[in-house]
Design a protein around this ligand. Structure first.
Ligand SMILES: Nc1ncnc2c1ncn2[C@@H]1O[C@H](COP(=O)(O)OP(=O)(O)OP(=O)(O)O)[C@@H](O)[C@H]1O
Length: 624
């Protein structure tokens, strides 16, 4: 661990939302979610769920236990959630560190309620804004001429640019009023009911004479495309909204190019921006026949600490309301919906893969597996935070409904992995992690954390940008340098490809020869072994045959000798026996005669007995 670095596992909180009346009416309450204590929850599979069916077949269990950093049951309020989850990240943000919170769960689980809340029950986002204004109160930088630039930098705006900023902001606010009046919605300010000020770890007096500027951006990622939710043109029905590029600032930090950053100075302004962004989001969703919950929405705040006219530090706080995490088979998967479901699942899958890889790399330091941050816009944008440039925490939202049990279990399993990720936050000030940009003359474009506008002038215009998606922002380099660079890279690529091809062929040939040699050697060895075996069996067979032959001979001789002894008769006995055999026919004849006589006598006796019995019966009849 580098000296002074802070290490902690990622905080993962669980929020269980209450049942709605309809859900209770539909018998959704089947005790599927049982909160054991403030950190443990048990999930019991209801009858008919896929989990229960599998467990009945002996695959898996019907009961699962999960632990979280903290569990918030249905009765816990928005303010309790904020106090126990976000406050520490909130003070980090005010102290110049980065923070990320994302809400995860299936559709209708309470993600938006947690992040944004309702006018009566403001969520985390309005509370973070409220706390920020409470902290910066009276020390707001009014100039609006210092604006966030790239991922970690700021730039000076000239008076014309400041004018443009002001009119863009005014246009947004004007259209919010219109939206509200045209929809006759009495939204009011979501902050008006939230009056209790926050007590923070950071001491506002510590900031001394510094001033603060808060800039916010609101965008969504839908079907792997980034859309600005603060673009006024979105309200127009005819215009197709433009997708923004995710670029690299040259120091490995991803940022959304051309994203609108609006400077806000009051809670009321923040409220209007949020309303405007939400309106844009649902308008775009309606136009595309999509539900807004099919996109990830991200609200980012950048706090610039300004001393005099230079930016001392910039911190970032992002709140990400992820799209519903349900899997393909549950969504209506045809055409656009299939693409949509695939993209949502893909970015959530990549998020899961990143979290898994981070966890694996941390548990087994010998093994350093690839973390696929760059495979989705979402993970690309938050890679820096996951890699230590800030703290990330996750709020898992679930409902308790029996009908969505299997999806809820899936969400819980995902969060169990996230909980094991260790974040190492370096003690180094964030400024030192910022990219060092240089102009055409080789001089740095950023001085004291602020972009030098004169040096910037000498750089290329927007038209000269390369249009490749997701590449480094080439506008930061002069054109001739880009052309030379491309040529050099092309030549290098060709040479490299040829070299690789030759190398591959050589390796293939070498491997083929080695395999053939090995095959031939093993074939030869095998035939030799077979030959040896044959010989040894032949010998054994012959020996055994000889052994049996000897034994058989011995046995035959012994038997002959025994028979000879048993059958021996002296000569005079033999002659006497011969004579006996000769008188034998006479005796046989005599015996047959005797037998015939005996049969005759027996028949006569049986006849007489029958007569006697008849006479006896007659005599008996006469007596009666
Ligand atoms: N903790 C809570 N207390 C009271 N009501 C809640 C709570 N959480 C959510 N709800 C209500 O439940 C419903 C669904 O919540 P929400 O819209 O926030 O879900 P979601 O997960 O954001 O859904 P989607 O992914 O579709 O946007 C809303 O009517 C919301 O007001």
């Amino acid at each position: 661990m580098p000296g002074g670095a802070e290490q902690q596992t990622m905080r993962v909180y669980l929020r269980v939302r209450p049942f709605s009346k309809e859900e209770l009416y539909d018998n959704e309450d089947q005790d599927c979610v049982v909160i054991e204590n403030s950190q443990t929850v048990t999930l019991n599979a209801p009858k008919g769920s896929a989990t229960m069916k599998s467990s009945e077949k002996g695959i898996g269990m019907s009961l699962h236990k999960f632990s979280f950093s903290k569990i918030f049951g249905p009765e816990r309020t928005q303010s309790e959630l904020f106090e126990d989850t976000v406050k520490s990240q909130m003070s980090d943000f005010l102290d110049g560190k980065n923070a990320l919170i994302f809400s995860y769960g299936v559709t209708n689980a309470g993600k938006t309620y947690t992040i944004q809340g309702t006018p009566k029950q403001p969520g985390i986002l309005p509370r973070v804004l409220d706390a920020t204004f409470h902290y910066t109160g009276g020390r707001q930088y009014e100039g609006m001429d210092l604006k966030p630039y790239l991922r970690n930098d700021a730039q000076y705006l000239d008076p014309d640019q400041v004018k443009q900023e002001r009119s863009a902001k005014a246009a947004i606010f004007a259209s919010v009023k219109d939206v509200i009046s045209c929809l006759s919605m009495n939204l009011g300010s979501i902050f008006s009911l939230y009056s209790s000020p926050l007590v923070l770890a950071s001491d506002p007096t510590e900031a001394g004479s510094s001033q603060f500027a808060l800039w916010v951006a609101f965008f969504e990622i839908y079907n792997e495309c980034v859309y600005d939710l603060l673009q006024p043109s979105l309200c127009s029905k005819s215009k197709k909204r433009a997708a923004l590029r995710v670029c690299d600032d040259g120091a490995g930090n991803a940022y959304v190019k051309d994203l609108r950053w609006i400077n806000i100075q009051t809670l009321g302004e923040a409220s209007k921006l949020l309303q405007f962004g939400n309106k844009n989001r649902s308008a775009a969703a309606t136009k595309m026949n999509q539900s807004s919950s099919r996109s990830h929405s991200i609200f980012t705040m950048k706090l610039l600490k300004i001393d005099g006219s230079s930016v001392k530090r910039i911190s970032e706080f992002s709140l990400c309301d992820l799209a519903g995490s349900e899997r393909c088979n549950k969504t209506k998967t045809f055409g656009e919906r299939l693409k949509e479901a695939g993209n949502i699942n893909n970015s959530l899958l990549i998020l899961g893969k990143c979290i898994n890889a981070l966890r694996n790399n941390q548990t087994d330091r010998m093994k350093s597996s690839y973390i696929p941050f760059r495979e989705s816009k979402l993970t690309k944008l938050f890679q820096a935070v996951f890699c230590g440039k800030g703290k990330a925490s996750m709020i898992v939202n679930i409902n308790q409904c029996a009908s969505t049990y299997d999806e809820t279990l899936h969400v819980m399993k995902f969060s169990a992995v996230a909980k094991q990720v260790v974040q190492v936050i370096p003690d180094k000030p964030l400024e030192s992690l910022a990219p060092c940009l240089v102009g055409r003359d080789g001089k740095p474009l950023v001085r004291n954390g602020v972009i030098d506008s004169q040096a910037l002038e000498s750089c290329l215009s927007e038209e000269e940008l390369l249009d490749d998606e997701d590449e480094a922002d080439m506008s930061l380099l002069p054109q001739n340098e880009i052309v030379t660079m491309i040529e050099t890279l092309r030549t290098k690529l060709l040479t490299e490809r040829r070299r690789n091809l030759v190398q591959e062929m050589e390796i293939r040939k070498e491997m083929g020869d080695a395999m053939l040699q090995q095959l031939m050697e093993s074939e030869e060895l095998r035939s030799r072994q077979i030959e040896e075996l044959k010989e040894s069996y032949q010998e054994k067979l012959e020996n055994t045959f000889e052994m049996y032959k000897d034994a058989f001979k011995e046995h035959a001789y012994q038997s002959a000798m025994n028979n000879l002894e048993d059958d021996y008769v002296p000569l005079d006995e033999f002659i006497a026996e011969q004579e006996k055999v000769e008188v034998c026919p006479l005796i046989k004849k005599r015996l047959m005669e005797l037998n015939e006589t005996l049969q005759y006598v027996r028949d006569g006796f049986l006849e007489k007995s029958a007569d006697l019995e008849t006479l006896q019966r007659k005599a008996d009849d006469q007596v009666r």
